[in-house]
Ligand binder design. Sequence first.
Ligand SMILES: [Zn+2]
Length: 155
Amino acid sequence: MQLSTNFSLAEMTKSETALRKGWRNEPPAAAVAAMRTLCAIVLEPVRAHFRLPVIVRSGYRSPQVNRSIGGTADSQHCLGEAADIEIAGISNFDLASFIDRSVPYDQLILEAYTPGQPNSGWVHVSYRAGRLRRQALTATPRKGGGMDYRAGLSR
Ligand SMILES: [Zn+2]
């Protein structure tokens, strides 16, 4: 099933964790609807701008999958409102910067990006119905686990 022209339900629900554990990562109807909106409003414009496939590393996560990978309890991934993405050959800083400048979003996080290593890390982006926070953050892995967050996108 396609969620939008270039994004399928299969790629937005694919989960290595679910596969490995034999869990179904099946979204409820409300999450499917939220993913359609995320694809149409955020991901399609990104694909159109770069004219390259957008790789979805993680889209929808069932609460079980989310807990298992240590996601935050109120993760927008569980609502179908968020995706972790990257584009081969495009630095994640440039990808996040384009989204920040040109696309409506709720929260945008440049995660685990190492300056000088264009392919390092990924970009978390979310969209939701209602007021958009337009919160842009940079997350850096903390020694011993977890992430440190700071405001804005920084290299
Ligand atoms: Zn994420």
